[in-house]
Every structure is written in C-alpha cells, then in structure tokens.
Write a protein of this length. Structure first.
Length: 608
C-alpha cells in the first residue's frame, strides 16, 4: 500500500499529499521536527476539551517545552481565563494544551514540563466539584514526583469566605512539595479578578516566550508565522457586553399563604444570537437598590451628584454606587480600608490572617452602611470610600427553560432573599431587583454562562433529578428539552419544598409530564405541612433506595441542584448510604462508587 493510500481515508486529497511529499524531500531533520511541531500547534488550537482551531491559531515552538494550561471551575470563570491565556500564549509562538481538571488524564502529569493552573475555590475552601477527583489524586499517595515540572498558579476566590483562594493555595503547595519549580509566584484573586489575572497571564507568557526565544535554534528557510485572531465563534453579547433582554413575564408561583416568595420570570432573547443548553445559567448584570445607595450616601455625608472617575469614565457618585460597586455586603477589603481611614481599634483588631474567622463573622453581621454608621468619618472623600468597595458582580441563575420548547426565551425561577439585620429589612441585590424593581416591558442586561458540568446525557440514559425549592429550575428545562426533541428515556424527579398546597412549584407541568410519560416517576417532600413530620428529599430517596440503586446500576445520571450547606450535602451522604446498603458494601467502597459516578460525569451538581 502506498503512503498516499494509507492517508487517503484521513482526509488528504491527492494534491495535498503531493505537496506534502514535495516539501518532505527538501527538509533537514531539524526542519522536519519544526514542521511536526507547527502542525501539532495548529491541532492544539482544538485545545483538549476547548475551543476549535479556528478560534486560536497556535504556531508551534521549534524546540520549546510542552505547555499545559489546567483549569478547575464551578461556574466557568477559570475556563474563560484559561482560554484567554491559551490565546495569549499562542500569539507568542507557544503551543498550549488546555484541559479541564474533570477530564484531565492524571497519568499525564508526570510527563508535563510547563504547567499553568487556574482554579477557583468553592464555598469554605473546597475545590470546584468537577475538580475533586484531580485534587484527590494530586494530594494522594499516587501523585508522582515532579522535579522536571515548572508551574504557576492563578487562584480565584471570594474574600468574604474564611478560606480565601484555598483550592489554589493547596495546589500551589502540593506541586512544590512534589518537587516542581515555580515559573512565577501564585496570584490570589478576589471576585474582581480581571486585572490581577491579566497581569499574571502576561507575566507567565512573557517568561515562557523569553525562554523559548533563548532556546530556539534558527531554522533556515522557515519563518514562524504570526497568529491571526479570527474572532470566529465570539458571541456578540457576553459578560462584558450583556444583552438587554425584555421582561415578558414576572409572576409569583406560590400560593397566597406561602411562607416564602418564589417568582417565575421570562425574558425575551430575540435578536441577541444567544443560545444555551439545558443546565446552563443566565448571568444578570445586577443593579443596587437606590434606597440602599441613599442610606450609604447619608451615612458618609457625600453628595449623590459628586463627580468621580471610574476606569476613565466620569460619572455621578450615586450612579457609580448603583451600577459599579458592591454596596451592601462588606468585604475584608472594605474593613481594611475603613480601619485605616478611621483608626478604629475594633476594626484594627479584626485585621490579619490569624483573625479570619472572627473577621468574617463580623462581616456577615455588618453591611457596609452598618460599619460606616458605627465608625463615622466626617469629611471622607468619595475616592477613599470607593477604594474599599469591590466591583459589582453579575449574579447567575439556573435557566428554567429549553430553547427547543421556548425559542428566543430564557425562564428563571427566583426566590428573593429577604432578612432583617440591625432592625432593618435587607434583601439580596439581584433577587430583589428581579422581584421588586423589574416590571413587564423593562429590560435586564443578561448573558449566557455555559455549564458543561451540568447537562443532559448525550444518550437516552435514565436521569434522576434531585432538587429543593428553586433548585428545581434546571429540571424544568431538562423535561422541556426531552418533550420538544422526542427523547425517549426514563426520568425521575425528587422535589422538596415547605408546604404542599402553597409551594409545589410548577405542579401542573410535572403532573402533565407524568401523564404523558415524559416524566417517569416523581417523589415529593414537604417539610412544613401541619400534622406531618418534617420530610426532605433525602428521606424520599431512602424510602425508594432499592429502585434508586437499580437505576444507578442501569446507567442513570444523577443531578443535584440546591443549597450546598444543607440539602446538597445531605443528599450526597444519603447517596453514599444507599449505595452501601443496597450494594452491600462498606462505606469506603460506596464512596468510591459515588466518586466514579462523578468522574464518569454521571453525578453532576449545581449547588450554591
């Protein structure tokens, strides 16, 4: 068989193969290696689990070290930063490979050379759920020595949590412990990560590109081509440029006597070009309540009309506080700034890493305005106030619809956060905006946050959906999708809320899907019905343990959506208990079973 025939099925035309053969006869061994690296670099534009080659043209390094960009993410921020880093590296002649920790083959770790890690921290110091398996390997006894590896870590986190950027800190320390050498120091980023992330990216790319230039051997007759950004696949609207979606529905979906409030909101995406899959989230560009801004201005004595400059734009202070800065929940940054400005001993005592737990407890019980009122600073200027405030961040909501069923629309299920603090009513920024300050016909700036770690199986495998309260939202999208596309698969919903009569969200829709066979089974749990014991979804799971385990053995995918601190953790423990009892195995084996479900993408969680 000729060389051409062996390649013909791989998509080379006769003319292409003749060009390849002609070029090959003219190359020196060094040039042949360069060409091999060049085409490997183009292929790397596909990026393991990442963007297509059209998005990132990656000219290869002639004799450079391998470069892997590894990310761990819960909401997609680390993934987006990893793709931007890969593009920047490709433009400098490097050939990056990019991998999600959830899909990364850990056996490859020992052969890595340059490793750049971007990872977020979830909740109280945990790694992102999809990255748990990678962390267990890296921190376990099977992790290899990494003396030949160079690395740098970008850690994302939220400073209002005690273990700020803990996941990144753990990876950074462990890689050093395994013998790897730092390319550059770890950078810890708060929720406003854009600038420090860009600085870290530039620093590591500059270092790697300089190393490549120093080590490269000049190859006669071949010039390294420049990467040409194509812009292909870039959406017209995203986090930095949201789309103004018109509100077409905003109604309460709980009964008159419900002890909580839940709303169904529909947004028109027509003309945006935005698309989503069931399980994705909608980002809402939040706006602060003008009343909260007014309270802060009154406490500081600052004028609402005072002109300030934010990122080169001159605007009124009130506008900046409404649209640009977090003015409700206080952060360690604000506490540090106000302590410096006022010299207040109580605030000074809360500074320092060793006081993290006390500081965060204080911040949970004091909003920005509470601290300003308690420690007033007459004559404070606007810039000093703003220096302690974090940029206002978008809020993510699970999409409760399917484009196949509701074209050009995105539906949300929102429970506004309301509570009392220091004798005053307080509320969540975006949830109260959607519930109280948005009417039909208004527009809301939105974008799509894709969630590859929470989606329907590509086959007709059975699905088990577990959710409480607004955690049922994505499952409505799941079943809308199955109904619209005619997917024939078994589905089982476990749903929990407070009261049957007032809080059975989307009750008629579930019942219709049960009748039509789109939903195979449904078990409900209501925790506050009179005369009934408190019943939660995990109790229903235990009651149906035999069948639930049978579904797992038959290949079912399990989804959990809801509050992490109570519901999701209880469900996780219950799942392990069911596997142990029904499979007649010890707890360690049951934990391994559940862990394998996660690594096989059959156990997916969307928790908050």
């Amino acid at each position: 068989m000729t060389a051409f025939n062996s390649f013909a099925e791989g998509a080379l035309t006769l003319e292409q193969w003749q060009h390849v053969e002609a070029l090959a006869r003219t190359l020196t061994p060094a040039q042949a290696r360069w060409i091999s690296g060049y085409f490997a670099g183009l292929d790397a534009g596909l990026l393991r689990g990442g963007a297509p080659a059209a998005d990132i043209a990656a000219p290869a390094a002639a004799q450079g070290r391998t470069l892997t960009i590894l990310y761990g993410t819960e909401t997609g921020n680390s993934r987006d930063l990893a793709k931007a880093l890969a593009a920047a590296a490709a433009e400098r002649g490097l050939s990056p490979q990019i991998a999600d920790m959830s899909d990364y083959k850990t056996r490859l770790l020992k052969d890595e050379q340059d490793l750049l890690v971007i990872v977020s921290t979830y909740g109280e110091g945990d790694p992102p759920q999809p990255a748990v398996g990678f962390f267990e390997f890296l921190e376990g006894k099977r992790a290899p020595k990494l003396e030949k590896v160079r690395f740098s870590v970008l850690a994302l986190g939220d400073s209002t949590y005690e273990k700020y950027c803990e996941a990144g800190k753990r990876i950074d320390a462990r890689l050093e412990e395994l013998g790897a050498t730092r390319i550059g120091g770890r950078v810890d980023c708060d929720i406003d990560y854009d600038d420090p992330a860009a600085a870290w990216s530039k620093a590591v790319v500059d270092r790697l590109a300089a190393d490549l230039a120093q080590s490269a051997t000049a190859l006669p007759g071949i010039a390294v081509p420049s990467a040409i950004p194509t812009g292909a696949g870039t959406p017209a609207y995203d986090k930095k440029k949201p789309f103004g979606a018109t509100v077409i529905e905003n109604i309460a979906i709980v009964g008159r006597y419900s002890s909580k409030e839940t709303r169904h909101i529909e947004l028109d995406l027509a003309g945006s070009g935005l698309t989503y899959e069931p399980g994705d989230a909608l980002g809402i560009a939040a706006v602060n309540d003008a009343a909260v801004v007014g309270q802060l201005l009154e406490a500081t004595g600052l004028s609402a009309d005072a002109e300030i400059t934010v990122k080169g734009e001159t605007i009124a202070l009130a506008e900046a506080l409404e649209n640009r800065f977090e003015v409700a929940i206080a952060s360690p940054r604000f506490l540090d700034q106000w302590a410096k400005l006022t010299g207040a001993a109580e605030l000074e005592a809360l500074r320092g890493e060793e006081r993290a737990a006390e500081r965060l407890l204080y911040l949970r019980n004091h909003h920005v305005v509470d601290i300003v009122r308690k420690f007033p600073l007459p004559g404070v200027d606007a810039d000093s106030l703003l220096a302690g405030l974090r940029p206002l961040q978008p809020r993510l909501y699970s999409i409760a619809s399917s484009l196949a069923a509701a074209p050009d629309e995105a539906h949300l299920t929102v429970a506004p956060v309301r509570y009392t603090l220091h004798g005053e009513p307080r509320s969540g920024v975006a949830s109260s905006q959607l519930a109280d300050r948005i009417e039909i016909g208004d527009t809301v700036p939105v974008y799509i946050q894709h969630n590859p770690h929470f989606g329907l199986p590509k086959t007709d495998a059975p699905i088990i959906m577990i959710g409480a309260g607004t955690g049922v939202a994505p499952y409505r999208g799941f079943l809308q999708e199955w109904e619209a596309t005619g997917t024939e698969g078994r589905s089982w919903l476990f749903f929990g809320e407070r009261n049957f009569r007032s809080d059975f969200l989307y009750q008629t829709e579930w019942q219709q899907w049960l009748k039509e066979g789109v939903l195979t089974r449904m078990d409900v749990a209501f925790s506050r019905d009179r005369g009934q014991p408190k019943t939660y979804v995990q109790h229903r799971m235990l009651q149906q343990a035999k069948d639930l385990y049978a579904w797992l053995e038959e290949g079912a995918h399990v989804y959990v959506c809801g509050d992490e601190k109570s519901m999701a953790r209880d469900v996780h423990e219950t799942l392990i208990q069911i596997v142990s009892e029904q499979g007649r195995v010890d707890r360690d084996t049951a934990e391994d079973y559940v862990r394998r479900l996660a690594s096989d993408h059959r156990y997916q969680r969307d928790v908050y």
